[in-house]
Design a protein. Sequence first.
Length: 210
Amino acid sequence: MNTRAAGLDAQNQNLHAVLAQQQQQTLQAQAALQKAQQEVVDLRRQVNDGGTSNVAGRGTSARAASFRGGALPVVSVPGAEVAPDGDLVRIRIDSAQLFAAGRADLKPEVAPTLDRIAQVLQREYSGRLVGIEGHTDADPITKSKWKNNHELAVARSVALFQALKSRGVPEAQLFVAGYGPNRPLASNESKQSKSQNRRVEIVVYPESAG
């Protein structure tokens, strides 16, 4: 009887030890669950408070800082609108300032503005990748040699490409794109909004050309 009682006591002690271990594991699991739940609550609070935009902003800053010289400078160019766009810089010019309606040859009077843009590209953005984007309104072309707005947009981009190249901007820095009416700034529902959409944008990237 004594031997059996001793065996039962030992078995009980083992069971208590196992139970205590399981209780400890349960407590640890509960703590991990509470931590995960709190992280979800904090993340949702950040989203509601605009935290996602802050995260995006930090990502943009980190990307810009990873390239040579960090964030791109934003400088004034008389005759053009210059504005940051994330880690890019956009130099925007109204098409009416550059071209006659339905045409892709540059107006002679825009030469001083192009001179200033070329100087800024060489001085402030030397070696950076530069895209020249042509944009139009959504009105179909009726009186022009171009078949559609995309052809006109590309032709205008190429004209500006040639103008900047002739002013000393290295060809290796430049590329052209014609978006036509696909990326409007306004609704195309009025003359004023259509005029905003007719533009050429010189876009400076933080990446080095080539």
